[in-house]
Design a protein around this ligand. Structure first.
Ligand code: ACO
Length: 426
């Protein structure tokens, strides 16, 4: 049997044969790279619903079964048994680190977390109420000017260094962007704190590195909070060729600096249909205001003449429960008592979930809660300001973007991303 597909142009009866490339998991693909040459036509697939834009061996999603793996390891295992640091190492190196490798990475990221003094001036140029995502994207782009000589790197160790630097600096940029947005002085990273704890520290500390202590004299940053945020970073670390990753790859395909490509990814992530949904979920829950109003908003979500959508529901790939959402729901239940989750918002969220999971409209369209539905409630419980929800997504996803960038750089057959169009003008 030939591993190919034949297409017939019914206008002329001409037939064309295209090879099928088998995937190790998931759907195979039809290689249509010669389609235009052979048929004189383009293919039309707005939103890339059926188009594979690259070959990859980093992350795999089985949307029908609700499964997600990084380098072949199930997300539930990564979230429950491994630290975010180990997950970063796994994504970048295709294997788990030894204890020593993990400690080395942790130490290196602590040292690389500081920003060039020149970059500090940039934050002050933004309006005082600038959204942290705007500042984060701009400052990440500006970072390329400090490492411009690294543009034409070719060696594995140079790629890895480029990756570790951006992973280390993004939390600092994000924290500074937030502090600027509330007019608070910047808090430099604390070399004695690990990656995730350091981020909470930079958000919460007072000048001079002083922290609030509770009545028992314990540090304001609790271990359980660090663990929860670490898990959230892991769950966001990579997700195949989503809109922001595709943006990173598109920009990188032109030969632009990797940090500019990541800045573009940050901008793409900001949209409400993508990473910005986590902020929108909480704003929507607050707007709904009470369990009594849920029915009316569900009716609006189902009304074809109303643009209103339930934020945190639906996904282009998952037509089953988002496994990241499942992990977060477990985490939410676990944290419920310890962190005094906001019961008002949680009650509204639970009611929405209950109705939607049993409603014909949502069942028929396979609309399940996605990761953003639960992450907002948990981040609220961690006292993370709402404007920082999407920057937190950025911190977790940076490793995925830069891993995808490395994969693209190493693919010597990769072409500049340059889609065609169906012209309907004059
Ligand atoms: N609420 C109500 N109806 C919805 C929702 C929703 N959240 N999502 C999809 N639908 C409906 C659409 O109206 C459409 O109905 P129709 O067939 O009657 O026209 C059908 O479900 C299919 O929707 P599409 O927009 O075609 O699905 P697509 O795969 O293009 O979009 C998306 C996926 C963007 C995530 C969409 O479900 C959405 O807007 N969800 C809300 C925003 C959100 O939570 N985004 C986060 C995604 S996860 C992430 O990026 C981390």
């Amino acid at each position: 049997m030939k591993n190919s597909i034949t297409m017939i142009d019914n206008r002329t009866n001409e037939s064309y044969e295209f090879n099928i490339i088998n995937a190790t998991k998931g759907p195979s693909v039809v290689d249509i790279s010669t389609f235009y040459k052979e048929t004189g036509m383009f293919t039309y697939d707005p939103g890339f619903t059926s188009t594979a834009s690259c070959k990859s061996d980093i992350t795999f999603i089985d949307g029908d079964k609700g499964k997600l793996t990084y380098r072949g390891v199930e997300i539930s295992e990564l979230a429950s048994k491994h630290s975010y640091m180990e997950v970063c190492y796994l994504l970048l190196n295709s294997k788990f680190p030894s204890k020593e490798e993990s400690e080395d990475l942790d130490l290196e990221l602590r040292h690389r977390g500081f920003l060039h003094e020149g970059l500090m001036n940039l934050f002050r140029a933004f309006p005082s109420n600038a959204h942290p995502m705007a500042t984060l994207s701009s400052a990440t782009s500006a970072l390329s000017s400090f490492y411009y000589d690294h543009l034409d790197i070719e060696h594995e160790e140079e790629y890895q260094e480029m990756a570790r630097r951006i992973i280390a600096k993004i939390p600092t940029i994000a924290a500074f962007a937030y502090r600027h947005s509330i007019g608070a002085p910047f808090i430099q990273p604390d070399i004695d704190r690990g990656f995730t704890e350091n981020f909470l520290y930079m958000l919460r500390a007072y000048p001079g590195g002083k922290m609030h202590r509770n009545a028992n004299g314990e540090d304001h940053i609790r271990e359980i909070e660090v663990k929860a945020l670490d898990t959230i970073f892991t769950l966001h670390a990579d997700h195949e060729q989503n809109a922001s990753t595709t943006t990173v790859r598109n920009v990188a395909s032109t030969g632009a600096h990797p940090y500019v490509a990541i800045s573009a990814g940050i901008s793409a992530l900001w949209g409400r249909a993508h990473g910005g949904a986590n902020e929108s979920v909480i704003n929507q829950l607050k707007m709904i205001g009470s369990v009594d109003n849920v029915d009316a908003f569900i009716a609006r979500a189902k009304d074809p003449d109303d643009d209103f959508r339930l934020m945190g529901f639906g996904h282009r790939v998952y037509k089953n429960f988002d496994p990241r959402a499942k992990a977060l729901k477990g985490l939410q239940d676990q944290l419920k008592d310890e962190l005094h989750l906001d019961s008002g918002l949680m009650q509204i969220a639970s009611r929405i979930e209950e109705i939607a999971l049993n409603d014909e409209y949502f069942i028929k369209r396979k609309l399940y809660p996605n990761i953003d539905f639960y992450s907002g409630v948990i981040l609220t419980a961690l006292k993370i300001p709402t404007s920082m929800f999407t920057p937190i997504f950025v911190i977790g996803r940076t490793v995925g973007w830069i891993t995808q960038w490395i994969e693209l750089k190493k693919d010597h057959k990769a072409k500049i991303a340059r889609p065609r169009q169906l012209y309907l003008g004059k």
